[in-house]
Design a protein around this ligand. Structure first.
Ligand SMILES: Cc1cc2nc3c(=O)[nH]c(=O)nc-3n(C[C@H](O)[C@H](O)[C@H](O)COP(=O)(O)O)c2cc1C
Length: 176
């Protein structure tokens, strides 16, 4: 599969990006092509609801980094969203990316499946992020491959020592 991974933490080298890199490495090891896009180094503004994209085959009017990401999305079979939990939901950066996928709302999507990698300080803080992803995947008829949740991420780099990272490796290694 061609897999696009989009990370939505503003913190370069933080827990979300570590989680996503472990996923990418493990998925590549079993033969998948993985493109990793880190929003910490890219500019993806909020959607401005102009619907230019609906008349221009999915091209967004905004001249930020989203059109390049959309080109990758159009070459991908699966999308993996990686986000920290911010106030019991995905980060604003992740939500901006999700909103900007509206560009393909009329043209349609190439991807057929989706998954999410979440991490947070506390446990039991994932309900909103999970509900959103499940609703989107149901609406767009994407197969939901899984949602991996890793709590106890209190410091930058906590992820490096987390035994839960094995869940990410196992998940990526099982993908078909
Ligand atoms: C603005 C902000 C809001 C947060 N909100 C929550 C929260 O609601 N629940 C929680 O468990 N952790 C929360 N956290 C902690 C982060 O989810 C956690 O530290 C995560 O590992 C950060 O990922 P990163 O290193 O990739 O940035 C919050 C952190 C920030 C900066």
């Amino acid at each position: 599969m061609n897999i696009l991974v989009v990370t939505g933490s503003p913190r370069k080298g933080g827990n979300t990006e570590i989680m996503a890199e472990v996923f990418a490495e493990s998925a590549r090891a079993v033969g998948h092509e993985v493109i990793l896009k880190k929003l910490s180094s890219l500019k993806v503004n909020p959607c401005i609801a102009c619907k230019y994209c609906f008349e221009h085959n999915g091209v967004c009017v905004q001249k930020d980094d989203m059109n390049d990401i959309l080109k990758e999305l159009d070459r991908s079979d699966m999308l993996v969203l990686a986000s920290p939990i911010y106030w019991f939901d995905v980060s604003a950066q992740t939500k901006c990316f999700i909103d900007r996928m509206y560009a393909f709302g009329k043209k349609g999507f190439q991807i057929r499946s989706i998954a999410m990698l979440l991490n947070s300080g506390a446990d039991n803080v994932y309900a909103a992020a999970e509900a959103q992803l499940k609703a989107i995947s149901s609406y767009l008829k994407w197969e939901m491959k899984g949602i991996i949740k890793i709590p106890d991420m209190t410091e930058k780099g906590s992820m490096l020592g987390s035994l839960h990272l094995q869940k990410v490796r196992d998940f990526a290694g099982r993908l078909k």
